[in-house]
Design a protein around this ligand. Sequence first.
Ligand code: SAM
Length: 317
Amino acid sequence: MDLSSDFITRTKALLGEEWDAFVQALNSQSPTSIRINNHKTEKPLLDRVLWSQSGYYLPQRPSFTFDPLFHAGCYYVQEASSMFIEQAFRQYIAEDDVRILDLCAAPGGKSTLIADIMGEGSLLISNEVIRTRANILAENITKWGNPNTVVTNNDPQHIGKLEGFFDFILVDAPCSGEGMFRKDEGATSEWSIDNVKLCKERQQRILADIWPALKTDGLLLYSTCTYNVDENEDNVQWICEELGAEVLPIEVKEEWEVSPSLRDGFPAYRFFPHKTKGEGFFCALLRKTSDEGSLKRRKDKEKISKSIIPFDCKDYV
Ligand code: SAM
């Protein structure tokens, strides 16, 4: 695999002596995994994804488009590491009557997972800002078939106006995609330090925009499929300091080989392909401790909007 020298320098510094094993994993075949729809199909006799109750590995990648069960929503082809968000739900969202927002939801992997495990009286708003991707999301959600899920096509800023509405928000943020290098060669060629910086700024903007919509004491799960600390731990710290949150632990079993936060002081969960059977993934669970971050940012925004900024759809790429 052709990795940029900047990526090598930065990621080697993060991984230390694990670097060689990591590169070897990047050059090996990506595993194929599915999550079954418990309402439509039986549990198959396949190797399980350890951190998921419905996730399985396939021995090889079939041609899904020729399988009627795929089109009927009997299973979803989902990358195994990202199924870990199930743990945050099972450990913290036990109630039946919960309002959930999946803010960056297309094509729908995590929304279909949440729809499967949320309690009966709960509501899932599955949102995607890019219209064409929102159509694909709606198709996948329809195929999955949970009546308590609504698909929307809004900018985070607009949903942010629903003050204190949601108990749980998932921000599976658009990122530099380092964790997808093995699956998507385009991600390798598009990578640059400037793009990491741009992604980090966009992630902070998305988080600040949606923050008012989260109840005080509500939970926000922040995730990316990238390795660098800038878009991961740095942003978690930024949420705590700028918006007002504390980070909550998620219980993990040792045999899952999940790696810890690369910063001291708070828990976060990292998946590396040389340790876990899946692609790169990061997540951290935060609890909103105050509304002061929302108020402060609203005042800052009012000041800015008096001077500039027309709507710019380039922002959505
Ligand atoms: N959660 C999805 C899943 O599990 O299938 C994957 C989401 S993907 C990592 C990030 C999503 O964020 C993309 O669908 C992308 O279109 C969307 N996005 C891009 N720019 C955005 C922005 N400025 N605000 C909100 N969402 C954005």
